[in-house]
Design a protein around this ligand. Sequence first.
Ligand code: GUN
Ligand code: ZN
Length: 427
Amino acid sequence: MGDTVILKGQVLSFTASPFCPEPTGAARFDDALAMTGGRIAAVGRLDTLRAAHPDARILDYGGHVIMAGFVDAHVHFPQTAIIASWGKRLIDWLNSYTFPEEMRFADPAYAARIAARYLDLTTAHGTTTMCSFATIHPESVNAFFAEAQARGQRVVAGKTCMDRNAPEGLRDTPQSAYDDSKALLDRWHGVDRISYAITPRFSPTSTPEQLDAMGALWAERPDCLMQTHLSEQVDEIAWVKNLFPAARDYLDTYEAHGLLGARGLYGHAIHLEDRERARLREVGGALIHCPTSNTFIGSGLFDLAGLMAGGHRIGLATDTGGGSSFSMLRTMAAAYEIGQLRGTPLHAAQLLWLATAGSAEALHLGDRIGNAVAGHEADLIVLDLASTPAIAQRHAEAGDIWDSLFATIMMGDDRAIQEVWIGGRRT
Ligand code: GUN
Ligand code: ZN
């Protein structure tokens, strides 16, 4: 057991979902964590872990919090270089900024450069797993997976499929989308820590024939996730109604083509109708909340508290680059602010759970990542609770650890991420 490392600090883990009357009761703090061979071996008292692993190297992080790395359940890595682009709402934003940038990913060298840049940035922000849209180019998927594989990172991604309402050069066909997705899936799904997600962008950019092809592929490979967008903006929903006059609602454009299921990830899901909520709840599909994107693009206020209470599976995400930050801390802060606007403030324990275990469960990876518990993969971050003068002075006045964690959630950024471990290796 010579390769065991023990981290000493305030180790935060969850024993249950904190979406309950006493959120802090779902969390616990231990003083040490041992990892061996890329996995967490044990969490507990330092003397106990030291006795069990006498040869272990011990790293003392003092009062820092040691917890699972953040899990970002919906991103577009190809939008890294256009994050924070001014002044547009969804459809104009796609046409003005997103599509021209995504066109550049026909060049594998550019795709590789942005994949590396994106993973450098997200690692610095404490995100160790993400579920990403690529572009229509298979090269963009290969670039992302190859970079993640070299870093030993657990990631999910897929080729974004579009065969209409996108510019020339950014459209595939039902058949090529099926063939390319299947080839990528066969090449990458289950290799090392990589999973493939079947990825129709959203109903407006796919013909019914393409949605059928994606549904057929998912039926052949039900072990894969399927990711898309749902009911993000009011104008978009009106457009979907025009494009699919026979559909009962937006969700029905997926449901009718075999794209509604428990392993489905539906990004945004802000303006849902009663039937859509009921069907998503019934099948167990995950809704992915992207709060900085929803305020930045002006989409609306996601009903996190209501949907949680209704028993929905919910993940948290940056939606880079519609979202305005790579930071899951900033994303938690935005989720808190949206909760406030709806009269439902979230507890720090709930925010941290959403950014780790909640998102991992949405991705059906909750048995491997998203919690600092024995048996999980050793994707960990060390959080400094006094990372800037402004946060340090608030931390000094904090009543308890939750008070401190909340200040870091609201005011923190990559400076709060002291260290990141991926698969038991320090980055
Ligand atoms: N809907 C379809 N594509 C996108 C995208 O790239 N970003 C966001 N925020 N919404 C979308
Ligand atoms: Zn998105």
